[in-house]
Design a protein around this ligand. Sequence first.
Ligand code: NAD
Length: 357
Amino acid sequence: MNAPLAFAYQALPMRVVLGTGSLDRLAEEIDHAGLQRVMVLCSPGHRELAETVAGRIGPRAVDIHPHARMHVPAESAAEARRRAGEVNADGCVAVGGGSAIGLGKIIALQYRLPVIAVPTTYAGSEMTPVWGLTENGVKRTGKAPRVLPVSVLYDPALTVTLPVAVSVTSGMNAIAHAVEALYAPDASPVIDLMAEEGVRALATALPGIVADGADLDARARAQYGAWLCGACLGATSMSLHHKLCHALGGTLDLPHAPTHTVVLPHVLAYNQGAAPKAVAALGRALGTPTDSATHLWDLAGRLGAPRSLRELGMAEGDIDRIVDVALTNPYANPREVTAEALGRLLRSAWSGQPPAP
Ligand code: NAD
């Protein structure tokens, strides 16, 4: 007999426009948000991208601020806020990956300016009410509805410059959101559908991007998947995989998306036996009825992605430290996490072995 159907689901109120040429709709979205003076935010290497975006906005683009950095350092947030005041901006357009969008969210949080997101990676931050800010080397995160972008434009044409290797790890990062949403304590049937479809879309799109980074259909499908997986991240509580990646990134400064790519198959293999519904959904999405963990590990290999923490620069001697950090604060996980099991899991992820059955 099935368990009785009962769940809570919070819909998030942003507008989404997806498809080649959707950047042409940016001015319309700015009208919709009622903005007159927008500041365009991007990371330092992407001024040209920001100029393309500003070109579509016209005179209402009052400044380009190319100073977004990974994990939003407090000084860069203060500088962007100061600049927004100086140019009297009434809103921001953040173009780029999680770094640019993260900066937009902090300006929305601290300065109450609405943000429109034009994502060009698959990290999914644009779909969540979660903000992050790094002060004195410590990253704080929180949830606030007002950091949600009012509109999100996904234009695949803006992503053809995203290097194939970055596209692959960013896509695996998105898949990780969906995997953990499927066994989250606050999962719902609505989120289950989005997670399954998000994994399906990305697993189909990524080989297409590896074959041809300029394939706009594959790029659009990856963005569709990133949107769904980001929405899953925004709607549920993440478990062991995200905590472990946070510990690895925060403690050892390992790169965000590659770390997710390496760790995911190992955590999934650990949790699979305790998460039959997630295994069934992933099996439908990936076409592997029982062992999605090995399938994801194989997929990462076929796509040329890193598969060991060692190649990301982690020293074997750091494993015990990460076990300690990852066990400091309790969190939900379908299977109990012990120091011994976590050590085993990390050793296997460090050396690049296939995930343990
Ligand atoms: P990122 O923004 O640093 O981008 C990753 C790489 O892609 C960078 O090297 C960047 O230069 C490159 N890039 C981006 N767009 C490009 C383009 N159009 N052409 C060429 N190169 C391009 O990082 P990310 O992986 O997108 O996001 C990671 C950050 O976002 C982390 O700080 C993470 O904590 C945060 N994040 C937050 C949430 C949330 O809900 N708050 C969700 C996911 C990620």
